[in-house]
Design a protein around this ligand. Structure first.
Ligand code: PMT
Length: 409
């Protein structure tokens, strides 16, 4: 059994870093590097003023891609910068440093440079880290502007107090890059639907050894379980993935991965953490039986027993259902070869589940190994939701949304 190290907290998050014309722009280099170090994808939009304090080349080198500072990329060729695309691309826009001028432009919806156009077309949340001199910061106009922006949902990362470029001492220094990066991280943790929820997912097959080289197993690839792990992590859940032998990389942001081989190992791993979970999804294809006897060496043809006695494996999901508290929610999967509705309903009740996801090998493109699935979700209140054949990734997102609205109080 092995634990994978936690992944980068911002991995896969898309952040547009807006830089405006303040001496604090030199700190934006550290901020960009810090966001990248934590796993984020970063694009940089600089105002003309910002380029006087720090070069686009510095920023481009740090983020490994060109920065944007103009409405056109190549004026003569008619290549323009798609500010709308940039605004839609980002999961979050951070303007750091944000000058008094840019804050005022944001309040009034001005569109005089590329960054302002991106801010005006953005669909994602925006954070600003103001940086300016003491008197500009305390001026009633700036304070009013900050209040308006805050009322509109902009996250204001308060400036610090200390010596300022003017020689004055007071409030106006841009927050430190590490603190801004912490705030970005906190933003993703608190604003997502599954934030703060601990989710346990089992995935993949189990391998039950017969001898040193053979095993009883099944064709589960782990794809469905991994798609769910990824979708839960995307929605802010702290995901623990207990996984049988599969050949898949850990999805981004999954908190913990426990690799096991047999059903007994999987049961042990699940038992060790289920009590501290809010939600469980058993997607693994667990072998119900294991060979009663195994051999440490390879059986040769002459040594092969004529019959192989089997022993029952623990029903992991049933154990979870038996110890489930009122606060926990538990979902199982049912893999059937016929229509399967009655069998799925029986499993829902027998294993004390809140919902069950039925997939049947009768449906082309559903079940093992393929990239798609077609499922029907039945829940304990009698509700039935059918999902058409679709990519497991897409389906996983829909299931996670469904459970957020139907199973979480
Ligand atoms: O991994 P993929 O290739 O993407 O394929 C996905 C899948 C087909 C494996 C998945 O969608 C699926 O259906 N998983 C459950 C497979 C299965 O074992 O179904 P079952 O009907 O035999 O078991 C019912 C439930 O009890 C399942 O949640 C299973 O995890 C659980 N179980 C079963 C036996 C056992 N000993 N312990 C268990 O916990």
């Amino acid at each position: 059994m092995e634990l994978a190290s936690p992944s980068f907290p911002l991995s896969g998050r898309r952040i547009v870093l807006g830089i405006t014309g303040s001496i604090a722009a030199y700190k934006s280099a550290t901020l960009a590097r810090e966001l990248k170090r934590r796993g984020a994808q970063v694009r940089v939009v600089m105002t003309a003023g910002a380029t006087e304090f720090i070069t686009p080349l510095t920023m481009a080198t740090l983020i490994d891609r060109p920065v944007h500072s103009d409405f056109t990329e190549d004026e003569h060729a008619g290549v323009w910068t798609n500010h709308v695309e940039l605004g839609i691309w980002g999961d979050l826009i951070v303007v750091a440093p944000a000058t008094a001028n840019t804050l005022a432009a944001m309040v009034h919806g001005q569109c005089e440079n590329l960054l302002q156009a991106v801010l005006l077309s953005a669909r994602c949340p925006v954070a600003v880290a103001p940086a300016m001199d003491l008197d500009m910061f305390t001026h009633a106009s700036t304070q009013d502007n900050l209040r308006v922006l805050e009322e509109r949902g902009v996250d204001i990362v308060d400036p610090g107090t200390g010596p300022l470029a003017s020689g004055l001492v007071g409030k106006g220094r841009m927050a430190e890059p590490e603190d801004i990066a912490d705030r970005v991280e906190a933003h993703f943790q608190k604003t997502l639907p599954w934030s703060g929820k601990q989710v346990l997912i089992t995935a993949g097959p189990t391998h039950e050894p017969l001898d040193a080289v053979r095993f009883l197993g099944n064709r589960s690839s782990g794809k469905m379980g991994f798609a769910l792990a990824s979708a839960f992590a995307d929605q802010g859940a702290l995901v623990t993935l207990v996984v049988g032998p599969v050949n898949l990389p850990t999805p981004e942001r999954v908190h913990r991965r426990i690799d096991i081989s047999t059903a007994v190992d999987m049961n042990e791993a699940v038992q060790s953490c289920w009590a501290s979970m809010d939600f469980g999804v058993a997607c693994a294809a667990v072998s119900d039986f294991r060979p009663a006897q195994t051999s440490d060496i390879k059986w040769h043809r002459a040594d092969m027993p004529e019959t192989i006695a089997l022993k029952e494996n623990p029903d992991i999901l049933r154990g979870m259902g038996q110890s489930k508290t009122d606060a926990q929610r538990l979902v199982g999967f049912a893999l059937e070869t016929d229509e399967g509705l009655d069998s799925a309903k029986a499993k829902l009740a027998r294993k004390n589940l809140d919902a069950i996801v039925l997939n049947t090998l009768q449906d082309d493109g559903a079940g093992f190994a393929v990239d798609t699935n077609k499922v029907t979700v039945l829940d304990a209140s009698g509700r039935t939701v059918e999902f058409d054949l679709q990519a497991k990734d897409e389906l996983a997102q829909k299931l996670v949304d469904l459970w957020r609205t139907t199973l979480i109080p």
